[in-house]
Write a protein that binds this ligand. Structure first.
Ligand SMILES: [Zn+2]
Length: 103
């Protein structure tokens, strides 16, 4: 009996204190970091210019050729290319190449 009422209010106060003291700065830090990163990324993309745009794409010179074994269209840049009986043939995989030679 005779517990001071401030004792009951203390945990709630502590939680609010912890949120303001720790959670809020963490959220703020994450937000600032995200903004800075997006700014840095944007600056990098702008400075790189359009040169970096087609880096991972199929080269412009590449074209699609039909694999005579499975019928898949393969990029000439990525396909297995063999000259068989004077004819350039493009295969999607080693397996198709072997099948074509066996046939
Ligand atoms: Zn194939």
């Amino acid at each position: 009996m005779g517990r001071p009422p401030t004792h009951a209010a203390r945990p709630a106060f502590m939680i609010r204190f912890l949120i303001i003291r720790f959670v809020f700065p963490i959220i703020l830090f994450v937000v600032i970091r995200t903004v800075l990163r997006s700014l840095a990324l944007g600056a990098r993309q702008r400075s790189a210019g359009p040169r970096s745009a087609p880096s991972r794409d199929i080269p412009a010179s590449a074209e699609l050729k039909k694999d005579p074994v499975c019928g898949t269209y393969v990029s000439t840049a990525a396909s297995l290319t063999r000259t068989i009986n004077g004819k350039v043939v493009h295969f999607c995989s080693e397996e198709c190449l072997h099948k074509y030679r066996a046939a």
